[in-house]
Design a protein around this ligand. Structure first.
Ligand SMILES: Cc1cc2nc3c(=O)[nH]c(=O)nc-3n(C[C@H](O)[C@H](O)[C@H](O)COP(=O)(O)O)c2cc1C
Length: 149
């Protein structure tokens, strides 16, 4: 079974922690049944060299906005722009099979807005969302979703 490949960006560590939990969960699932895929991931940061991806991937992105709700008063994204630029680089966007967003529901209509914007920009599905570091149930739900996407 081809592994699930994930590209992600994490500023404060929540997304990194979720990907770590997801990777561990996948190992458990794979040990139970080798037809369950493993998870491999690559963290993108401002220091990353841009590369041409060769395999399909999912992108995980948190939201950092400095005001704006993206609907009627614009939007200013902070911190996570490098991942968007990486997906837009070369032909990478054609290998992106969907976006998973994270954020904090206290931000109301801005919740996961960056993920929604990437999905629209790259014309790929907004597959799922979770808050902050996510829960065990989020890990299970999102693993199942990615395994069949
Ligand atoms: C300055 C700042 C702005 C944020 N803006 C949003 C936002 O607009 N919408 C949202 O859903 N979450 C927002 N968040 C919450 C983060 O997306 C959330 O904490 C996420 O888990 C951070 O992921 P990371 O630790 O991997 O960087 C914001 C957090 C900070 C610190």
């Amino acid at each position: 079974m081809t592994p699930i490949k994930i590209l992600f960006i994490s500023i404060e560590g929540n997304t990194r922690s979720f990907i770590k939990d997801l990777t561990k969960y996948a190992v458990g699932m794979h040990d139970q049944d080798s037809s369950n895929p493993l998870v491999i991931s690559k963290e993108i940061s401002d220091q990353s060299d841009f590369e041409d991806e060769s395999d399909p991937f999912f992108a995980f992105v948190p939201t950092y906005l400095d005001g704006g709700n993206g609907i009627d008063n614009g939007v200013k994204e902070l911190m996570t722009n490098t991942l968007g630029e990486y997906i837009a680089y070369g032909k990478n966007a054609s290998l992106c099979h969907g976006i998973v967003g994270s954020g904090n529901k206290n931000f109301n209509e801005q919740y996961c807005l960056t993920a929604k914007r990437y999905a629209s920009q790259f014309n790929v599905p907004f597959l799922a969302d979770y808050e902050l570091r996510g829960t065990g149930r989020d890990v299970e739900r999102i693993y199942k979703l990615l395994a069949k996407s």
